[in-house]
Each structure stands twice: as C-alpha cells, then as structure tokens.
Write a protein that binds this ligand. Structure first.
Ligand code: TXA
Ligand code: MG
Length: 350
C-alpha cells in the first residue's frame, strides 16, 4: 500500500523525513517534491532499488537516471572528475533546476547511467528534497515520478494517478514551484551541450559560460533516449500552434471555431490567460496558464493544465507556444514533444 505523508514545503517535519529516508535506505521507492517536478527516488548505490524505479515507471533500461545530491561536496562520490566549469555553474545555480552531465564514478551501479560512462547530477532547491537526501545520507537516483512517456507530475495526486501501488511513500508538499524539469547541460563535450532546456534559462547559463551552449543534435537525442521527440505525449491528440504570438493566437482561435462550431467536436485549449475568454465563448474547455508575460506562472501551470484537459477526454487539445526567450524555450520544448501535430505560419513568399 502506498503511503502518502503530508509535509510542509518550507519546514518539513524532520521525523517524517527520517522515516522516508529509512525507506530509501531499505531499498524502497519514495516519491518526493523537487522545485521542478516530483521525483521517484531510490538509493543510487543500491542496484536492486534502482531496478525498481525502471519497473515502476515502465522505463526502458537504456534511459539513464539523474542522481540527486544535497551538497556539492558530495560530487566526488558520483563523478570521477569534476571540471572547473561545473564548480562555476554550481556556485551560481546550485541548489536549483540545473543538471550537469559529468564523467561517471566507477562505484555507481551501471543501471543508474544505463551503462554509460557519464552521469547526470543535480542538487534540487526544494527543502523537502534536500532534507530527504541529507537524512538518507546517500545519493538518490530519481527520474520524474510519472509513467514512462506521460507528462511529468507536479502534484502528489499526479504521482498516485500514474504510479499508484508501485511507490512505497509519497511525500506530499503541494504543487511544485517551477513546474518544468531541470535544464540538462553536458559538460563532457566542448563546447558544453544543452541537452534539455528547463528551469534555468539558457541565457543565464551562457552568461556564466561566456559563450553559447551547443544545441543537442538529433544524434544526441538518440543517445539520450529519454529525450525522444514524443516523450511527453498526452493521451488526447495535441495540436500545437508554434510561431509568432499574433499568428499563433489567431490561427488557434480560428481552428477552435472551425472544429467546435463547424464540426461539433469537443475542443480543449491550453492557453495563456489573454486567450481564455474568447475561446470559452466558443464552448471550448480552457486550461488557463496565467498571463502570457509571466513565464514562471505559465511553466508552473503547464503540466497540471495538460493533465486536467487530458482527463476531460476532449477530441483534441489546442495549445500555442509563448516565445523562446527565458522559460519560453522549455515550455515550447515540452509542448513540441507532447504535440501530435505542429502547425507553423506559412513561409513568406520569396
Ligand atoms: O527536474 C528534473 O530533472 C526531474 C527532477 C525529479 O529532478 N527529473 C527528471 O528526470 O526530469 P527524468 O529521468 O525524467 O529525465 C532525465 C533526463 C532523461 O531524458 C535522461 O535520458 C537524461 O536526463 N539523462 C540522464 N542521464 C544522462 C546522461 N548520463 N547523459 C545524457 N542524458 C542523461
Ligand atoms: Mg521524465
């Protein structure tokens, strides 16, 4: 039976953290909040516990896990070598939504890194995550706590809906504050490669690096199989309007009008607040992501909105991007992976 233990997000009860840490040390699975999304944790140095993560999620064994630490001084326990650049990035962004890919320490079981010689490491900024990892006293391997291929969970209920009895304990500290997963940067390549845009904006990283990050190539995506194009697929087809704001907003509205009014389809929309009223007047079910210029609000609401619309089982979900600056890049990335169809503005005539 899965146990759900409520904890205060800012000041979690040390006794509850100690009990959850004991479950981890005993080889169990503990789902816990991070600032990005809920993670499904196991003791990273325990191969049997790590194997349970893969079976609970239905995750293919070739998709490596992120190792979570409470302190940068623990890095040498999981990484064979820590380049200066890593320390410079940790100094500015740890704890926080940044994951670095580094050379793997030989003591780490191969299952964690899916047999690779690199390891992804992050120090989460959530007091519950940090308290749990500290109390456990071991590095904690944790993917997002969703069924493989589904939207990442931003609440304890999402974890329960996806994984149910496969988890021993869920620490419930309410919704996660960032809402999209961590940014992943591969420091084993030169220049460093942005493998996944996320909670730390690319612009902020490039400022510290003093040069542009390389973009992940299609080949790199295949090498990091968790980043397959359709990773975040919802069960209902999602059509994404991906382009400049005025075009995307108008094209989405016209499509909604055509499908809802013209064809009598049940249409849902995942859109910024500015678009909501006009769509509702068409009878469209709307998940309101908040003001378009508040990208933090949009990121926070994104996955819960997607899950809520999916649960309502409409014929189609319409969504649009909100630029590519700042958190807009991570938001666009997740929507593109969720999309069954991506619509772009017609190319200008030559
Ligand atoms: O915000 C986050 O990063 C959340 C929270 C729980 O920390 N975790 C998360 O984990 O999103 P997951 O497993 O859902 O996504 C991790 C991604 C996967 O796409 C995986 O392929 C990639 O990181 N990854 C892990 N280790 C890697 C490595 N050594 N090299 C390249 N990619 C790696
Ligand atoms: Mg995931």
């Amino acid at each position: 039976m899965t146990q759900i233990w409520p904890v205060d997000p800012q000041q979690p009860d040390p006794q509850i953290l100690a009990r959850a840490a004991a479950v981890l040390r005993g080889g169990g699975l503990v789902a816990f909040p991070t600032e990005t999304v809920y993670g499904l944790g196991a003791a990273a140095l325990d191969p049997a516990a790590v194997a349970r993560i893969f079976s609970a999620k239905g995750r293919p064994a070739h998709d490596p896990l992120i190792v979570h630490l409470a302190d940068p001084t623990d890095l040498p326990r999981v990484a064979r070598q820590v380049p200066d650049l890593a320390w410079r990035l940790w100094e500015r962004f740890a704890p926080g939504p940044l994951t670095l890919v580094l050379p793997k320490h030989p003591a780490l079981p191969p299952a964690v890194t899916a047999g690779r010689d690199t390891v992804a490491v992050r120090i989460p900024a959530h007091p519950v995550a940090l308290g749990l990892i500290r109390a456990a006293g071991v590095p904690v391997a944790a993917p997002s706590a969703n069924r493989f291929g589904h939207t990442s969970p931003t609440t304890a209920q999402h974890v329960l809906d996806d994984l149910g009895a496969a988890v021993d304990v869920i620490l419930d500290a309410g919704p996660t504050p960032v809402g999209v997963e961590s940014t992943i940067v591969d420091l084993t390549q030169d220049p460093p490669v942005l493998l996944r845009p996320g909670g730390v904006p690319r612009e902020a990283l490039e400022e510290v690096l003093g040069r542009p990050l390389a973009r992940a190539t299609a080949e790199a995506e295949v090498r990091a199989p968790g980043m397959l194009p359709r990773h975040y697929a919802p069960q209902v087809p999602l059509w994404l309007f991906d382009g400049p704001r005025d075009w995307a907003r108008e094209a989405l509205w016209q499509t909604a009008a055509h499908l809802a009014r013209g064809q009598g389809q049940r249409v849902a929309a995942l859109v910024p607040h500015e678009d909501a009223a006009r769509l509702r007047s068409l009878g469209v079910q709307v998940a309101d992501l908040g003001p378009e210029d508040d990208l933090e609000a949009v990121a926070r609401a994104l996955f819960a909105g997607l899950r809520a619309l999916e649960a309502a089982a409409p014929d189609v979900i319409l969504a649009r991007t909100v630029g590519e600056a700042d958190l807009g890049l991570a938001i666009a990335d997740r929507l593109r992976r969720a999309a069954a169809q991506i619509l772009r503005p017609p190319a200008p005539r030559a």
